[in-house]
Design a protein around this ligand. Sequence first.
Ligand SMILES: Cc1cc2nc3c(=O)[nH]c(=O)nc-3n(C[C@H](O)[C@H](O)[C@H](O)COP(=O)(O)OP(=O)(O)OC[C@H]3O[C@@H](n4cnc5c(N)ncnc54)[C@H](O)[C@@H]3O)c2cc1C
Length: 317
Amino acid sequence: MKILVVLENADGRVKPASWSAVEFARQVATTHGGEVVGLVMGHQVAEVATQAAGFLPVHVMDNAVLAQPLAETQGAAVAQAVTSLGVDLVVAATTSWSKDVVGRAAGTLGGAMAGDVIGHEVVDGSLRLRRPVYAGAYVATVVLHGWPQIVTVRSAAYAMSAPLDAPASVSPLAVSLPEAQGTFVGLEARTGGRPDPTEATVVVSGGRAIKTAAEFETLIGGLADKLGGAAGSSRALVDAGVAANDLQIGQTGKVVAPDLYVAVGLSGAIQHLAGMSGSKTVVAINKDREAPIFAVADIGYIGDVHQVVPELLKRLP
Ligand SMILES: Cc1cc2nc3c(=O)[nH]c(=O)nc-3n(C[C@H](O)[C@H](O)[C@H](O)COP(=O)(O)OP(=O)(O)OC[C@H]3O[C@@H](n4cnc5c(N)ncnc54)[C@H](O)[C@@H]3O)c2cc1C
């Protein structure tokens, strides 16, 4: 079995979530038998390729058309790599980017896909994949049929792979792409200059208790800054225009698994829990002692966020 890990990159480095995808691929190759290689795509990505080669042999598609993270071009490039390398299993981390790019490649290739895989086993030579369904209320075990198989892996479910003792090979891979049909204008991450919640070890998330964008910035952003973490949000705040869409945690938002998750004035609806239940320690602040978030919290504080958070901001160094 030939396994290709599609490595997401930005700002000249491989995104950390991709190392968990490498770990999944390595484990499958160990139990199922197979070879694991990586794919780095973009423009002027030699540095990224060198970093990646510290973990696995890499193929590099370096082309000006791939400079932007567009599914139209990068999805087509992944599909070309799969065909030209004769890949059986394509793996990437579950991220907003892979939902777009790898999903498009799967559609182009006509393969079988399982997204957001949290576990696997090989039974009688067949790869069984576990993935949450119904907002995490159940875990389905699936076997993919058809070629190629395409899997995205929840990074919280797999450790980051260890680097190799010596760097592996870097091989250029030809890519022939049509001109983009649209004009790329820009990509703006509205994380307020803070880390992306999917990459942070601390996430402070606000819920409906927060009423305005200014309050979100002061209380949620302020606490995130004090703790050196990222800001996150429930969907209620995103829908109300209080928090940016990029910050939504949950079933239809981002999936995070930080060391510390601070839930500030959010109820803990099942769709929100689907995005943060992998957090190592959960602290909840809520004025309603019956709020479902307390069922998953390691530490709970019953109180008004407008009193508790300013007090925390005062006391934290
Ligand atoms: C298909 C689908 C997908 C969804 N996807 C997501 C998703 O990805 N992410 C997500 O978050 N939601 C998602 N939702 C919405 C979800 O069901 C909830 O509506 C949402 O999470 C509620 O947000 P909240 O906890 O901020 O608000 P609420 O449920 O209204 O909770 C507010 C909480 O704040 C507490 N509170 C209020 N004032 C204060 C105060 N002053 N001090 C302390 N505590 C206070 C209240 O006691 C309450 O517990 C989805 C829903 C559907 C149907």
